[in-house]
Design a protein around this ligand. Sequence first.
Ligand code: MG
Length: 176
Amino acid sequence: MPSRNHQRPTTRIGYGFDSHEFRPGIALKLGGITLPHDKGLGGHSDGDVLLHAVTDALLGAIAAPDIGALFPPSDPKWKGADSVIFLREALKRVRDAGYAVANVDASLILAAPKIGPHATAIRTRVAELLGIQGDCVGLKAKTPEGLNLENAAIAHVVVLLERKPSRQAKPKRKKR
Ligand code: MG
């Protein structure tokens, strides 16, 4: 009989999308770090649009309920919450399902601030949160040309998961 492991795909892909509106008077959190800017992202929790999209990509890859189902915006418990909590829960579910993160690729779309000077810090932090190397986190930043979305930040993320080796018994040695 095939082991459970043989019934699971070797790799799985996940995709996450999120958008938040800029609002004055709050800190700008992106990828788990605080960026200097005169506005932050409002909405659910601390508004970290990138971590939300990473979280949904992880959850989607294992066909788990999405971030809104696990952490409802209507629940006051999550108001202002650190989005790292959401990402850690998604990562736990990925690991419990028998997978490890191989790499992540993200696109951020926002008019300001410029992401270039902070890209390495964001990639390093996201990698650290996911337990992978910094060169396994891709990050591109785009301005919303022609989209008329000057007051929003958008994130698209894809993630690749690899099946972890199963903890099978060592092969039996043939008796002589
Ligand atoms: Mg969100």
